[in-house]
Design a protein around this ligand. Structure first.
Ligand code: HEC
Length: 107
């Protein structure tokens, strides 16, 4: 009886641990997008500061190219310096999560 309880307790701890680590490993595009919404709109529908494309209309691949390009300086218009600051601290995983999230907002 006691050993069963112990085994079950251990099992729940293991399961809880697995759930926790899988959520922290997967970057959440929706959560990451929150700091972008001020300029690009909640649904990525705005022309940010009157300059950007409507990013909800961009393909996932183009979004990836744009964000990685802002990061390494190979992409952008007159305000690319501003976007470089936005993406500088994002990992490659963060950028792909953001790209698929933004592409999913297209109506
Ligand atoms: C302070 C306002 C501001 C914030 C915050 C911001 N952006 Fe931007 N974004 C801009 C502007 C302005 C441009 C156009 C820059 C240029 O000249 O290339 C742009 C361009 C882009 C582009 C490329 C569109 C194009 O015109 O080619 C993408 C993709 C993008 N932003 C994604 C994001 C994401 C994702 C975030 C959040 C991590 C974010 N932005 C945060 C203002 C902002």
């Amino acid at each position: 009886m006691k050993t069963t309880t112990l085994t079950n307790t251990l099992k729940s701890i293991l399961i809880a641990g697995a759930i926790l680590s899988s959520t922290t490993l997967l970057a959440d595009g929706g959560a990451l997008y929150k700091k972008c919404a001020g300029c690009h709109g909640m649904n990525a529908e705005k022309v940010a500061l009157g300059k950007s494309k409507v990013i909800a209309n961009m393909s996932e691949a183009d979004l990836n190219t744009a964000m990685n390009g802002y990061k390494d300086g190979s992409y952008g218009g007159p305000m690319k310096g501003l976007m470089k600051g936005q993406v500088a601290r994002l990992s490659a995983d963060d950028i792909s999560s953001l790209s698929s999230y933004i592409a999913s907002l297209k109506k």
